[in-house]
Each structure stands twice: as structure tokens, then as C-alpha cells.
Ligand binder design. Structure first.
Ligand SMILES: [Zn+2]
Length: 690
């Protein structure tokens, strides 16, 4: 395409800075934030956090929390504190059963290849078997990920039996695992009740792989973060090994014939009464009344070492937002916004559940959240950066604010990558020069934004996140794969969005109108692509829900500003090819209408605890409602269940809820939704409207 290249060339030479104007904020405000926010500072903090094995309620988590609190104080933030919420396995925070803290000192697994053909199954002969070359497979002090979370103390000497996945009884057929270690491909928590509880194994060695992506299982050096079930009564010890080590063990096992290799394990670890710790700090607002309202920045500070992208990156990025905004406001380069800006660093989901339930004033004050979970993945990780919209049950303009800034960074960073020239390239000295290419994505679950946006809290969240990441939850999720340019850009998008929301006032309605219109076109296009294959009748529900969503999203601006409602410019939109003029989701007749009760608060599946499953089992049920296993066109059981509960707001009957979740995740039979709603009623989470 020579012609195009020539034309492009002329433009590039002749044009000055022809980038877009920045959205929503004044250009001098954008320039101040872009000029201050620093990818290197963020990455140095990330490297500090990534040194700690940050399990909930552990010493490593506490050390990371101290590091963050020390930085916040050094940066001059107000109200710096590490809040503590008791976690003993009994206290509930809404639907979250607190999980006791867990710490380890020793986690050692040494393999011996026996030299002599003697039986090693008899304990008295054991000593004869352990004369041979040895290999260290696990050493908690050096590589903490090799010991699974919630392992218990013990000292064991035993052979190893390969049982494949280990999650089904048939995996154990014809194998004697009594008194032995089992080698499994599933997570330790998924096999412990069978392997240890039923068949008498003494411990678990797992080579479970990380979350499925195109690169799944390809890198045989990855060691995955492993977990036992916190509340299982079959306490045991479990070790995590790489695929390469597992293959080596399998080969040794077959060579050694009847003897097998000998594993010697020593563990000093266990659960203890502890605390969920949540670091927090503020930049106080300027307005006497509005400073009681807060715009919160959130990340999760926990996870395995190094856990660089997941999620030292999100915490380092919001820490850099804290430094940047605090400094610019203190120096008078940015006006102090009306609302307070808050920063929150909890352990994932359970820490947020403890905070919002344990200190309800936080849930009351927070008007919107900017949540960052995985925002630094460089090209090695294969990450795509997402600005993720909220669930359809909570229409809000806040994600359109974030997208406005993200799209502007897309444009500026592409101009820079393509031509070497842009006014705001947002490139960090140590980082890459690739364009950002952020995507505006439909709601996905899996982090603290699910808690905020659950209908019991109803706090809209901007969710900035990478996916995929081929190193997630492994020993190789390291700082080496983190791009400081990406940290800078994620920090900028977050800082600009949060600062705009904190200072937002009535005049901003007009500028916001245009960003909402852009968002509506993008959502509309995505919806029309999705419903291409649906029948005309099935396509109606998504189109009607779209109209309802867009009207509510528009009104969310006025609710945020506490203004008198004005008639949205989209009030007359109608999906006129679907039941013209009919109010489509407010039903009074059967099927029944349900309303969520005030308590318990939080999603029904949280971290390490499934409230629904526990309450359902208490009532003697042995089979799950079918919705939980349903696979829709664009979502699965967990997602349908989350939204069915959120839509149970007393205005929609079961048919209306069915239509709403069908629009979001694909058509689902009404009877599955009714069955699940009845189950929710039985466990006391919703009630039927009279
Ligand atoms: Zn995460």
C-alpha cells in the first residue's frame, strides 16, 4: 500500500500535535497528572510488595501492609491506618465466614531414589530405603509457593502414588494410597476429602496448572499457588510442584517399580486466630458537606510471592495515584476536590467483605470505586488491558468516565507508537513504547469489584484489569514481566477518573452527556454483535433490557449529584420492534416477585467460602439448583446466580429477572431462574413480595 504510506507520510510531516483534547478535565489538570505520575516509582513499590508471601492473616501480608502504610505516611496522606478485623473461622462478615490466619515456618519435601530393592511400605524397613540420591522439591523459606496454603504441621516419610486428577473415586480404583503421598493434577483442596479423608493418604503433591488460557500447560517450569480447603475437617499437608517435576516423579515411580521413590516431608505451619488487615488513607475533600462522600481506590494486597501482576501491580498503581494526587493538591497544582478520596488495600474479597460489613460507615460514604487488579502486564504476559463495565443490574456512568480517559490514552499512545510524536505519550523511562490498546469490556467477575457492585452495597466500580496473563498465580508472576509504562498509564486513567468524580458538580452534566452517548453506542454495538445468532423473539429481551439500562445509567449521574431528575435525552428510546409501548419488566401477576432482604450482605460465593452451598447443605439438600451449573452463551452458572440475586429488587418478577439475565449472559429457561429464586427464599436471602 504505497499510496497510503505516502499520504500518511505527508500528514505526519506537516501536522503538529493533532491529538484529541483530553476529556472531562481541564487540559492543565490532565497535564499536571500526566506530568507527575511515575512508572518507575510505581515499579519500585511493586518490587517491594512482591518480596512478601502475602497470605491472608499472615506475617508476610502484615509486612506488605506496613510497607504500604509507611509509603502513604511518607507521601503525606491523611488518616493512614491498618484496620484490623478479627478472623477466627467463626465470625461472619455478611456472607463471608472469616477464615483464620495462616502462617508457615517450615515446608520441606525431599525425594530419595532408593538404591536397594526392598519393600518400603513397612515403616521398620524405611531406613533401608532412603539410601540414594536426594532431590529437594520444596523449601518454604526459599520458594514459599511450594507449600500449599492451609497446610498443617507434620513429619511424614512415605512413598508416592500417582492417581491422576484425584477428584473422583474412580481415580483411586485399584490403588493403595493408605499411608502414602498422592500425586495429583488437581488443586489439593479438591482432593483432600477423598485422598486423605476417605482413602487415608498422608499428604498431597499437586502439579495443578494455572487458569486456562491459550498458553495453559505449555510452560512446564511454572509452580502454581495451591490451596487446601480452609474449613475441611481432613487437615493435611500439601506441596505444589511444576509439571516438569511431576513428570520426573512419574518417570522415577515407573523405574523404581514396586519400591517407588521416598518422600520425606516436614511441615511447621497452621491456621491461627488472626486478623484481616486493611490499609487505608485519605485525601480529605474540600466541601463541608460533600467531604463526607468518598471516591475510593482499591486493590487487593494479598497473594503468593511474587504475585507481581496479580496484584502488587494494582496496589503499586493506586499507591502512585495517592502520591500523585496528594502532591499536586498540596502544591496547589490541582484544586482540592469537594469529595474525599480514599485508598484501600485489603486481602482480596474477604478483606473488602470485612471492611464493608464490619464498618458499615465505609459502605455508606463510598460513592464509587476505582478497583485495580492486574494492571502492569508487559508483552511477555500476553495481557490485554480492560476497562470493565459494571454488571447490568447496576447501571452507572462511572465506567464511561474511565473509558473516556482510557480511549484518550489509547489515542495518544498510538500516535506516539505510530509516529514517534504525541503530546501525552505517557511513556515511562524504563518501560515499553507500545500503544495501550485498552478495551472497553462487558462485566467479568473475579475480584473485589463483585463485592462493591453486589446489590446489598450497590456501589459502582471502575474495574481496570489485565487478562489473560500466562503467569498468573505462579512462581513466575514476577516483576521482570511488569511494564512500568503500563503502570503509569493505568495509574493515569485511575487518577484522572477518580479526581474527576471527586470534584464532579452540576456543570459537569453536559460534558458527561457526551461521554455517556459514546458509551451507549459502544454498548449497543457490542450487544448487536452478540445477538446476531438469536431468534427474533429471543433478541427482544436484550434489546428491551438495553433501553432500561441506558435510561438508568443516565439517571445515575443525577443520583450522584443529588440533583432534581431531568428528562434524559434518551427518554424516548424504545425497542419498538419488541412489544411496542408495553412496560416490559414491571410485572404484577405471576410468576412471583422477589425482593432481597437487608441481610446478609455480600455475594453468595465469596473467598474460600460458599454461603449458598453451606446454607443449602444445612437444609439437607444434596443436589444444587440447576442454574448453578447452567452454561449460557456469554456466561456461566456463577454469573447468572450473582445477577439473579442482584435483580431481585422487588420491581421485577421472575420473568423480568429471567429476561434481564438472558440479556446479559444469554437465554436461560424461566424454570431455572424460578427454582433458584425459591432456593434463595428457602435459605432466607430473598422474600416474596405480597
Ligand atoms: Zn487478583
Amino acid at each position: 500500500m504505497k499510496f497510503t504510506a505516502l499520504v500518511m507520510g505527508i500528514f505526519v510531516v506537516s501536522a503538529g500535535a493533532w491529538g484529541q483534547k483530553p476529556p472531562l478535565l481541564a487540559e492543565k489538570e490532565v497535564a499536571a497528572i500526566a506530568g507527575e505520575i511515575n512508572g518507575e516509582t510505581a515499579k519500585r513499590n511493586l518490587e517491594g510488595i512482591a518480596r512478601f508471601h502475602r497470605q491472608r492473616g499472615s506475617k508476610g501480608f502484615h509486612e506488605a501492609a506496613e510497607l504500604v502504610a509507611e509509603r502513604l505516611r511518607a507521601y503525606g496522606l491523611s488518616d493512614v491506618a491498618i484496620l484490623q478485623f478479627p478472623a477466627d473461622g467463626k465470625i461472619f462478615y455478611g456472607t463471608q465466614r472469616s477464615r483464620p490466619g495462616w502462617d508457615a515456618e517450615v515446608g520441606s519435601l525431599i525425594i530419595t531414589e532408593p538404591q536397594k530393592m526392598v519393600s518400603c511400605n513397612t515403616p521398620t524397613l524405611m531406613v533401608d530405603c532412603i539410601t540414594g540420591p536426594t532431590t529437594v522439591l520444596a523449601n518454604y523459606e526459599a520458594i514459599p509457593i511450594t507449600l500449599a496454603e492451609d497446610s498443617e504441621s507434620g513429619s511424614k516419610l512415605a512413598t508416592i502414588v500417582d492417581i491422576g486428577e484425584g477428584t473422583k473415586e474412580s481415580d483411586y480404583a485399584g490403588k493403595d494410597v493408605q499411608g502414602k503421598f498422592v500425586l495429583v493434577s488437581a488443586q489439593p483442596g479438591a482432593v483432600q476429602d477423598l485422598a486423605v479423608g476417605k482413602f487415608g493418604a498422608v499428604g498431597i503433591i499437586s502439579y495443578a496448572q494455572n487458569q486456562k488460557t491459550a498458553w495453559w500447560g505449555e510452560d512446564e517450569n511454572l509452580i502454581r499457588w495451591g490451596h487446601l480447603e480452609t474449613f475441611s475437617t481432613n487437615k493435611t499437608m500439601a506441596f505444589m510442584v511444576s509439571l516438569k517435576t511431576a513428570r520426573w516423579l512419574l518417570q522415577k515411580e515407573s523405574q523404581a517399580g514396586v519400591i517407588g521413590v521416598i518422600a520425606e516431608a516436614k511441615v511447621k505451619a497452621g491456621q491461627h486466630v488472626g486478623n484481616y488487615e486493611v490499609v487505608t488513607a485519605t485525601i480529605p475533600g474540600a466541601d463541608a458537606k460533600l467531604k463526607e462522600e468518598e471516591i475510593a481506590f482499591s486493590c487487593h494486597l494479598d497473594h503468593q510471592r511474587p504475585g507481581a501482576n496479580d496484584n502488587a501491580s494494582g496496589c503499586a498503581a493506586i499507591l502512585e495515584v495517592a502520591r500523585t494526587l496528594q502532591k499536586l493538591i498540596a502544591e496547589g497544582k490541582l484544586a482540592r476536590p469537594a469529595r474525599t478520596i480514599r485508598f484501600i488495600f485489603p486481602p482480596e474479597i474477604e478483606g473488602t467483605m470485612a471492611l464493608l460489613n464490619g464498618k458499615p460507615e465505609f459502605a455508606k460514604r463510598i460513592k464509587a470505586v476505582v478497583h485495580m487488579d492486574m494492571v502492569g502486564g508487559g508483552p511477555e504476559t500476553k495481557a490485554v488491558f480492560h476497562v470493565t463495565r459494571g454488571p447490568m443490574s447496576l447501571p452507572s456512568f462511572v465506567q464511561d468516565v474511565a473509558w473516556a480517559f482510557a480511549e484518550w490514552v489509547n489515542e495518544e499512545s498510538y500516535q506516539f507508537a505510530a509516529t514517534g510524536k504525541a503530546e501525552y505519550p505517557l511513556v515511562s523511562a524504563e518501560g515499553g513504547k507500545e500503544p495501550l490498546r485498552a478495551e472497553y469490556s462487558a462485566y467479568t467477575m473475579g475480584s473485589d469489584h463483585d463485592v462493591y457492585q453486589d446489590s446489598s452495597f450497590g456501589i459502582p466500580a471502575i474495574y481496570l484489569n489485565d487478562w489473560p496473563d500466562r503467569f498468573i498465580h505462579t512462581n513466575l508472576d514476577s516483576a521482570a514481566n511488569i511494564d512500568s509504562t503500563k503502570l503509569k498509564r493505568a495509574g493515569f486513567i485511575g487518577a484522572a477518573s477518580g479526581y474527576f468524580l471527586a470534584g464532579m458538580k452540576g456543570d459537569d452534566l453536559n460534558t458527561m452527556d457526551s461521554e455517556i452517548t459514546i458509551g451507549r453506542y459502544l454498548r449497543g454495538a457490542a450487544l448487536r454483535e452478540r445477538i446476531r445468532g438469536l431468534s427474533a423473539a429471543e433478541a427482544c429481551a436484550p434489546k428491551r433490557e438495553e433501553m432500561a439500562f441506558e435510561k438508568k445509567e443516565y439517571r445515575s449521574v443525577q443520583m450522584f449529584l443529588e440533583m432534581e431528575p431531568i428528562k434524559p435525552s434518551i427518554e424516548n428510546l424504545a425497542a419498538d420492534d419488541c412489544f411496542p409501548g408495553e412496560p416490559f419488566y414491571v410485572h404484577t401477576g405471576p410468576p412471583p416477585t422477589y425482593q432481597r432482604k437487608a441481610k446478609p450482605k455480600g455475594p453468595l460465593v465469596v473467598f474460600g467460602y460458599d454461603y449458598f452451598a453451606a446454607e443449602w447443605a444445612k437444609r439437607g439438600h444434596t443436589t444444587k439448583p440447576k442454574l448453578l451449573e447452567y452454561a449460557g452463551l456469554w456466561g456461566g452458572g456463577e454469573e447468572y446466580a450473582y445477577e439473579v440475586l442482584n435483580f431481585a429488587d422487588g420491581t421485577r418478577n421472575a420473568q423480568g429477572i429471567r429476561d434481564a439475565v438472558s440479556a446479559e449472559y444469554g437465554p436461560v429457561p424461566l424454570e431455572l431462574v424460578v427454582e433458584y429464586l425459591k432456593a434463595l427464599e428457602e435459605i432466607g436471602v430473598v422474600e416474596q413480595m405480597k
